[in-house]
Design a protein around this ligand. Sequence first.
Ligand code: AMP
Length: 424
Amino acid sequence: MTFKDLGLTPPIQKALYEEGYTIPTPIQQQSIPILLKGKDLLGCAQTGTGKTAAFAIPILQQMNVRHDSSKGRRKVRALVVTPTRELATQIGESFKVYGKYTSLKNTVVFGGVKQGAQVEALRRGIDILVATPGRLLDLINQGYISLRDIEYFVLDEADQMLDMGFIHDIKKLIALLPGKRQSLFFSATMHPNIVALSRKILGNPERVTVKPEQTTAERVGQSLYYVTKKNKLGLLTHLLQTREMESVLVFSRTKHGANKIVKLLAREGFQSAAIHGNKSQRAREVALEDFKKGKIKLLVATDIAARGIDIDELSYVINYDLPNVPESYVHRIGRTGRAGSSGMAISFCDAEERSYLKDIEKLIKQKVQVIHEHPFINDNLEKDSEVPERTHGHKRRPKPNRHKKSSGKNNYWRKRNDRSRKSS
Ligand code: AMP
């Protein structure tokens, strides 16, 4: 299914196209048709599933169809209430992006900052308001905002809203909304108190439930060995000798490095083949065939050469060198653990590669588990990895190893594609 199949109007389609969106996410596929029919929606979905676009697109489309910019001052016709200023800002930006080719205007109000600029934006006139509850009520009480003309109301992240103690504010807001409106209610969980709140807001809603997709980084087992450059081969042969590895794809950052690994492995009695851009097409095909048939268990590749490799039962990926482009890490480890099978990705990290590791962990939003027991353990490298960094003369505390799950909050689909395109 594409966005075209969802019956979107040209101004919205054009904006989505420019953003690089072609395929709607599951929550978008399910919610957009319901919302375009004007029905209420109870959505059980988290940030990272594409939920903002799922509600922003149909609201923009419906409002734009019935919008006549020549008719006097703008009135606030859509209200999105969300718990934090970060979320409010993101949602406001999304409305701007998706509504780029409509004549609709939006603004964001949240607490913790002076209200002057927000009041000024409201005075100039807006159609869509994104707000956190406290500041919204404040500005209503001061007479800067009226909810009289609201046609679309979204309560976003309802469970977080209750956790943060906003229940009374929400109830006050609901009491101010006109009875005739389309209401949308989103929450990551559906505890009884959430369901009770949703009943106060929604008429007879359609339900949509979407679980966030497991990212590659979550699906594949990952581990990391701190090791000096010089000891990498020793560690690789140690792992090959001590673990049962059916098929291993070893990644090298450079073509020269890949050739060298093959040579050194041969010296240690391991047969392998390299595939990279300097090898002829024929040589690459033969190496790949041999690998697929199990004639050789080890294939050494560069990132670019590995792009086309499609092997279903690859048991291990070894990052002999960490990639300097963090997205390449995700591509690499995605070569294993395919089609639901569990894969393992092992990475070596020498002193110079620390910054690459940092970028990778930032991208995958999790810490890679460090293996402390191996024959090539290097105390300095291990210790250094725990030393707080100094930035601009201030001591920075080391970040706790929280093994945080990916929230998938950043533009997962698009940015990943963009960056991998650039890096190829
Ligand atoms: P959200 O769950 O709304 O926070 O969205 C997560 C991220 O996915 C945002 O950065 C969006 O820009 C992006 N996104 C949402 N829908 C799509 C789509 N259909 N195609 C590509 N990216 C999308």
